[in-house]
Ligand binder design. Structure first.
Ligand code: BTN
Length: 210
């Protein structure tokens, strides 16, 4: 079931409060306490896309979500990249992001996309600034369909698809206590980076492009 609401604290938080079925979801026109990764605040004024759904746990799920969104955008004429694991970038600027929260056997997946809203983040972009307009309910239907079929794909297939949208491989990145050059995504979804000692580091934390 898709729940539609005009305002809520956070669509992710709302889903965690009920024992819902897989693919139950909620879209809100705005959020008063939108949440980003690593405890950050997610600006959620009217005009943006704020959607969360319940999915079964699956290996590489954050990557699956990023690819699914990038594919829909591509089908609408928008060339988006996915910055591992699931930041959505257009022209190097942040168009949207994904917040995955594990809850037992379920994962609450929250997706935020800048549509006609404007973000105060310095390096952000919106669909309207790019000259695009996407119907939110149409987007949800396409997204749910993509996710349903991607859940059946093998890990190798998912990693292969991810390479079509990746923007980090070959680039220099830094993280909390190191830096290096991105080599690949491992089969279990970690970012593999070669550091200055030629060691391979398998990262699960966010990285910054240098
Ligand atoms: C990020 O930090 O890049 C992830 C942002 C995720 C924001 C979305 S908006 C819908 C859902 N509800 C939330 O509170 N957060 C996610």
């Amino acid at each position: 079931m898709i729940n539609v609401i005009d305002n809520i604290n956070s669509t992710n938080t709302w889903l965690t409060e009920f024992n819902l079925d897989f693919f139950d979801s909620i879209i809100s026109l705005e959020q008063s306490e939108g949440r980003g990764r690593q405890g950050r605040f997610w600006e959620s004024s009217k005009g943006g896309f704020y959607y969360s759904l319940v999915l079964p746990k699956k290996n590489l799920l954050p990557i699956v979500v990023g690819i699914s969104v990038a594919e829909i955008l591509y089908e609408n004429g928008i060339t988006a990249k996915v910055k591992w694991p699931n930041d959505l970038l257009v022209e190097g600027k942040k168009l949207g992001g994904v917040l995955c929260q594990v809850q037992g056997e379920k994962v609450i997946v929250g997706l935020g996309i800048n549509m006609t809203n404007s973000s105060s983040l310095e390096k952000s972009i919106s669909l309207s600034a790019l000259g695009f307009n996407i119907d939110k309910l149409d987007f949800i239907n396409k997204f749910n369909d993509k996710i349903r079929s991607a859940m059946e794909h093998s890990d190798e297939h998912i990693i292969q698809q991810f390479l079509n949208y990746d923007c980090l491989i070959g680039k220099r990145v830094s993280w909390e206590d190191g830096s290096g050059q991105v080599v690949k995504i491992s089969e279990d979804g970690r970012l593999v980076v070669r550091d200055s000692s030629d060691d391979l580091i398998f990262l699960t934390e966010e990285v910054h492009l240098q």
